[in-house]
Design a binder for this molecule. Structure first.
Ligand code: S3P
Length: 176
């Protein structure tokens, strides 16, 4: 059976767009952990941050990821901070082949700040907050990922195809 595919990466790297295209390419079901959290809580991620704070969001995020263990035939797009907890990183590696979507910081920032809906960037100096988070997280993406894909010069279709090619090269982790 083909392994699940898990997309990790910083805000703005294109996890959702590339994930949806991967679902079309493979026929696997697309799941976005932030969407599951928002549905379960009945409000947006920004509202969860505003009402209950980041810690509470991280707990829900952890429970949501843990509940996906054992699910088959999925493409899972994760929130940018899902890799912060070591137990989440273990869970993601159990769920499937993990690919890190990366890009040049300017490119990521431009995309991440475009929507205005990301709570961690709703601060006085969003670029400073972005740079700080990115510097603290890069090694965690590297740690959890089976491979890294630089999407700076790729459109979403090309990124999805390149992701799939790389993921298949790393699928032996799931062969018994
Ligand atoms: C977060 C990224 C967001 C969302 C939440 C926290 C983060 O997801 O989970 O706002 O800590 O980087 P995206 O990466 O899809 O923006």
């Amino acid at each position: 059976m083909a392994p699940n595919l898990v997309l990790v990466g910083f805000m703005g790297c294109g996890k959702s767009s590339v994930g949806r295209r991967l679902a079309s390419l493979t026929g696997l079901q697309y799941i976005d952990s932030d969407d599951l959290i928002a549905q379960a809580e009945g409000c947006t991620i920004a509202e969860i941050f505003a009402r209950a704070g980041e810690e509470s969001f991280r707990e829900t995020e952890h429970r949501t990821l843990a509940a996906l263990c054992g699910t088959q035939k999925i493409i899972l797009a994760t929130g940018g901070g899902a890799i912060l907890r070591a137990d989440n990183r273990d869970i993601l590696r159990q769920i499937g082949v993990v690919g890190w979507l990366d890009a040049e910081p300017d490119h990521l920032f431009e995309r991440a700040s475009r929507s205005g809906r990301r709570p961690l960037l709703q601060v006085e100096n969003p670029r400073a907050a972005f740079d700080h988070l990115l510097a603290n997280r890069r090694h965690l993406y590297e740690q959890v990922a089976d491979f890294r894909l630089d999407t700076t010069s790729l459109d979403h279709d090309a990124a999805a195809q390149a992701f799939l090619d790389e993921a298949l090269r790393h699928a032996e982790r799931f062969e018994c």
